[in-house]
Design a protein around this ligand. Structure first.
Ligand code: COA
Length: 229
């Protein structure tokens, strides 16, 4: 039987996954703290709060408790949650649980997530961050979501480039991976535009929302990222 919570913890969708908060937190923590391997260089910055990352149109900043309404607004949209592992938020308590989980990431020794904020309006329109990591291998998994009215304008590509720059810069990760549902063409395109390579397909890998999902795996290592800059 598939342990969905464990699988969630290994996927990069945790940037907005309140319904799986408990599983993600527990499993993620055990992955990071339970390792008996020596840690690769990235672990040194693991407990630091996420830095603010700025792009032309966006500010990526740590989440705050006051972000509740903005999170609730995008996370109630069934199209936004269609290809992620968490269920659509039905109540503000769902969004509250997500915020508590995501704000607590650094204190738990987990890699961070960022609120994606439009520079022009100050509106929080999505999230991006790490759902799981393997410090022994300097590898982490990234995930993201964006409010539907902002799709198709390169917003998440811009946010992902900033996060990868941080991952292969100050964070000293060796590899960043992502998983997406095989039908999630927009997400796969975002990953490919960032230079991530399709590494394979995991057939009927997860039982989510009533069915088994085929999952595409994409990844990029630091030298590939640096060579493209
Ligand atoms: C995936 C998501 C974050 C993309 O954000 P975005 O800001 O719209 O992405 P971008 O505009 O940077 O790029 C999207 C790309 O996908 C393409 N695209 C969008 N829908 C597509 C589709 N149905 N088929 C093929 N390509 C598609 C766009 O044309 C664009 O590529 P282009 O720049 O070459 O034209 C957004 O759709 C989202 O939040 N989806 C719901 C949550 C989700 O699925 N998260 C990822 C889980 S793995």
């Amino acid at each position: 039987m598939i342990a969905v919570d464990a699988a969630r913890a290994r996927l990069g969708y945790a940037a907005a996954m309140p319904a799986s908060t408990k599983g993600a937190t527990t499993e993620g923590a055990s992955t990071m703290h339970g390792s008996t391997h020596a840690s690769a260089p990235s672990s040194g910055t693991r407990n630091a709060p996420p830095p603010v990352l700025e792009t032309a149109r966006l500010v990526l900043r740590p989440f705050r408790a006051s972000d509740l309404e903005d999170v609730f607004r995008y996370a109630t949209d069934p199209e936004v949650s269609r290809f992620v592992l968490w269920d659509r938020h039905e109540t503000r308590d769902d969004s509250q649980r997500f915020l508590e989980w995501v704000i607590g990431q650094p204190a738990r020794g987990e890699l961070p997530s960022w609120a994606v904020v439009q520079r022009s309006t100050g509106r929080l329109v999505g999230s991006i961050g790490y759902g799981a990591s393997e410090p022994a291998h300097a590898r982490a998994e990234v995930g993201y979501v964006l409010a539907r009215d902002c799709w198709g304008r390169g917003v998440m590509s811009e946010a992902l480039a900033a996060v990868l720059g941080h991952a292969f810069g100050p964070l000293h990760l060796h590899k960043v991976v992502a998983h997406c549902h095989v039908q999630n063409a927009a997400s796969r395109r975002v990953l490919e535009k960032a230079g991530m390579r399709h590494e394979g397909r995991l057939y009927e890998q997860l039982f989510v929302k009533g069915g088994y999902w085929d999952i595409d795996v994409l990844g990029i290592v630091d030298r590939e990222w640096n060579a493209a800059r």
